[in-house]
Every structure is written in C-alpha cells, then in structure tokens.
Design a protein around this ligand. Structure first.
Ligand SMILES: [Zn+2]
Ligand SMILES: [Zn+2]
Length: 441
C-alpha cells in the first residue's frame, strides 16, 4: 500500500518563526573558532592535527584509543585527588616545631584572616574546578561506554569547556616549587604523600584534556551539526559544540539548537566590555605593585615586601631562575597583557590591520600565558598556611595580594570577552580602504 506524507499547511508555511523550514542535518564541515572560516572536514587520522590556514589555530586533534586512555586517566585522577587531599602535603620544621599543611590549608589560612575573595579564588582554582572536571569526565565516560545518552551530558561537556582555564593545578604546582625555594633557607621542608599524589594528579588532568575528543562525543550525542534556512547562508560556529548555525536563525534566537550556548555572528559589545575589564585591571595594577604583597616575620624582625622587592630579595639570595620566573609571571606578563589587549582593541576599532595572522597569534599567546600570573597568589597562600611559628617566623598576606589577584582575573576575563573574529573584520576593512585608495591614486 502506498503512503503519502502530509505537511501541515499552517506549520510549513509559517514564516513568523522561520524554524519550520530549517535545514537540520549533519555535514562534514568544521569552523575555526578564532577567525570564523569554515572548512570541509577531511579524514583526520589518529595523531594528526588540523590547522587553520588563515590564523594558524589548531582546530582539531585526533588521538588513538582516546576513550580508554581518558577512562584510565580519570579513574587514576580521582584516586590521586582523594590521596592529595587526605594526606599531609608539605611540612615545615623550625627549631623543633613542625607545621604541617594539606592541599587546601592555604584556603583555610586565608579564611582565618577574613580574605574571603582570595580564599574563594584559591578554592575554586585548585579544588572545586579540578574535582568537577574529574567527576564530569567520569560521568561522561560511564554513559559513553554504556551507550546511553543520559541527561546533562551536554551540560557536562559545556562545564569541561568553560572550566579549563580556571582549573589551575599546574600553576599551583609551580607555586609550591617557588615556595619551597623561598623556605629552603629558613626551615627544613618535609614533603608529604599528598604532594606526590598531587604531582601525579597534575599530569593526569593535563593528559585528560589533551586526549578528550569533544567533537566525537557531540556527534554521538546529536549527529546534527548544521542548522540553516538556506544552504548558501553565512555560518557561525558554536564555541561549545562546534555546530554551525546560519545567520537567519541567529536573528530569531541566539541559542545553539544543539547545546543551548549563546552564539553570535560577533559577540555583542565585545570591544566595550573588553575595554571596561582592561581599564579596571590597569587601575588595580598600580596598587598591586606599590602596596606590600606579603609581611614576613623572622626571629622577631618584620619585613614588608612588594612584588618587586620580593623579586630583588630572591635575586640577592642567589635564586636567580626563581627571581626571573616571578618577575616574568607577576610583573611582565600582566603588563604585557594589558598592552597587547589595548593594542588589539585599538587595531580592531581604529587602526585596522594588514597582518591579521600576527595579531591572532599575539592574542592566543596572551590568552594562554595570562593565567600563569596566579603563581604569586598561590605562593603567598602556601607561605601563609605553612609559616606560622609565632614570633620565630610568620607570614601574613599584604593588601596588594587582593589587587594582584584582581588584575589576573580581570585580564583573563578581558581575553575571554574579546571576539578574535574582529581582527579579521579589521583586516577586511583595511584591505577595502587600501584598494579604494590605490584606485583613487
Ligand atoms: Zn582560523
Ligand atoms: Zn552548541
């Protein structure tokens, strides 16, 4: 018996929403998030990377047996997380007294001094986000192995996407190293089992993010990755799930039909928001370098250190590599980030550019290194937790610490708010005005 499919006249011709005639399908296409160019997706073998020909951004990396690798790493990571937080982390012995700390002693020490914002920042970056990442990965992989599209899998993938820059275990590890060198002359350091577990945890979490194939999971959760009214229209990529959404649909609803994340052709008021965050960071940069960041008492003698005098003391003590590391992370990087972001904003709104690729690389480097400035915040929190020997030796946080943490967070948010596709718009308009001026000549 023949069967004819009937289309409802009211729904199919309803142009008020536009959604009734949406093309919703899977296409072997992929977009670069940095510059917005869309490519036909070739076959990518395991171990290969796809690089954007325009801006040099790595769009995709495939790994062999990524699921079993990430599953083994996540299970190991969860065990290491429990060990790192349950056993002593670092001990300090001075004149027969022993001060022991665990991983989040710095948070407790800051809470005890009513430094609530700093305590929250350290707690989020070294405990909450890493734990959420591990639990999220475990949830994801359990259902992926079971072949069940469980609820909230999309939200978990979204969480893994946004939490990555704010999960800072590897930076905390460098903070531990710097603190150990600062304390080496003052007292005897006793590494605990928690520290060794923490070392392993850092490596495990980095590897998990390296191997995790988000594109494959999204394709499994919802194979449709192409939404448009017209096959020829301009496409915009969702930053979370890589779905491609036509301009005409974004005019009606800015939410990604696949994952619910906001998608825009250009992020609204990106330049204004980035300027606001950058100016606030620049204002905080001044007190963070003038005020003391740390107050140290040793044998009844108290010294207040600014970031720069701390660097000088390290250099005088002969710890030149560490002095250089702190100088770069705490003074050079925040200042360079302020200058580079201001230059990028001026380029996209006023100056224009003939070298978009260089600007795109500058932006990516700035975005990557910005979070490493948190080293000094972690160093002070570790020292405050560890060095509590009364008049004999004592470390207290200074007023600059909160300002400095503010600089790091605000510059990170400024980089997240900046729409890098504006660089390519500036390039296109510079090219047009150059062509127009050559025609006139
Ligand atoms: Zn690109
Ligand atoms: Zn999406």
């Amino acid at each position: 018996m023949g069967r004819t499919r009937l289309f409802c006249v009211l729904c199919f011709n309803d142009d008020k929403t536009g959604f009734n005639r949406v093309i919703r399908t899977h296409k072997e296409l992929i977009a670069c998030h940095d510059c917005g160019h869309v490519y036909n997706l070739p076959d990518v073998a395991a171990g290969e990377q796809l690089e954007c020909v325009h801006c040099g951004n790595v769009i995709m990396t495939r790994h062999r047996n990524w699921e079993s690798k990430v599953a083994a790493l996540t299970a190991t990571g969860l065990v290491l997380f429990v060990v790192a937080n349950s056993f002593p982390f670092l001990g300090l012995e001075q004149a027969g007294q022993i001060q022991s700390s665990n991983l989040i002693s710095g948070v407790q020490a800051l809470l005890g001094r009513e430094e609530f914002i700093l305590a929250a920042l350290v707690f989020i970056t070294i405990f909450l986000f890493p734990l959420l990442e591990l639990m999220g990965l475990a949830y994801l992989l359990i259902f992926r192995y079971a072949g069940v599209r469980a609820p909230f899998l999309g939200q978990v993938l979204h969480l893994l996407h946004i939490s990555r820059p704010w999960s800072m275990l590897e930076i905390f590890l460098i903070g531990v190293l710097v603190s150990s060198i600062k304390l080496a002359g003052m007292a005897l350091l006793i590494p605990g089992p928690g520290l060794y577990a923490f070392l392993g945890l850092v490596l495990v979490l980095i590897s998990c993010h390296l191997f995790l194939d988000r594109e494959e999971i999204w394709d499994w959760l919802d194979p449709d990755n192409y939404y448009a009214n017209d096959l020829g229209e301009h496409l915009n990529a969702c930053r979370c799930c890589d779905a491609l959404i036509g301009d005409s649909l974004l005019e009606l609803d800015s939410q990604c039909p696949r994952c619910g994340t906001s998608v825009h052709r250009r992020w609204p008021s990106s330049v204004q928001k980035t300027w606001a965050l950058l100016i606030a960071a620049a204002l905080l940069y001044i007190p963070s370098n003038i005020l003391p960041i740390m107050r140290t008492t040793n044998l009844g003698y108290t010294v207040e250190d600014t970031i720069f005098s701390g660097v000088l003391h390290l250099a005088e003590a002969g710890d030149l590599p560490i002095a250089l590391l702190i100088f770069i992370a705490s003074i050079v990087i925040p200042l360079a980030k302020l200058i580079v972001m201001a230059y990028l904003l001026l380029s996209v709104s006023h100056l224009g550019t003939r070298e978009p690729r260089q600007l795109a690389i500058m932006f990516r480097v700035t975005e990557f290194v910005g979070r490493w400035s948190m080293i000094d915040v972690f160093v002070v929190s570790i020292l405050v937790a560890l060095v509590q020997f009364g008049l004999l030796a004592n470390v207290e946080p200074g007023a600059a610490l909160l300002c400095f943490a503010g600089v790091v967070v605000l510059t990170m948010l400024a980089a997240e708010t900046f729409d890098s596709k504006l660089i390519w718009d500036a390039y296109a308009s510079s090219k047009e005005s150059y062509a127009a001026s050559s025609e006139v000549a």
